[in-house]
Design a protein around this ligand. Sequence first.
Ligand code: ZN
Ligand code: ZN
Length: 121
Amino acid sequence: MMADMSDDDLRQYVATIPEILPVHYDALMRLHDADKVPQTVSVADLNASLFVDTFEEIMNHVLDGKSYPCFSSECFVCLEDYNGPDAIAHLICGHFFHKTCAFQYFERYSRLCPICKEDVL
Ligand SMILES: [Zn+2]
Ligand SMILES: [Zn+2]
């Protein structure tokens, strides 16, 4: 019956158990795993804090003498090369991804940069 409960219900149920018995270990392990899921970021926060340029604009900045030490010509999330009109998101850590790849990644999986593990916000 514990396997059918949502994590929140399970958490409440576990809090009411007067004495933890071996039969409860599965539930405790599951909550332990649930707590390890990395925090993600909302689209609104991403929109507010990521810089976005097209690949063309970034190349123009480079021609103007700006240097991006961490820039590579492919996106680390989807491993595709950037094309001129692609929207590219810069993170504060200096890493770059397609805007759509970055949003999917930070919204669904983690709020940490997949390359350097810096917090994205
Ligand atoms: Zn990508
Ligand atoms: Zn990074």
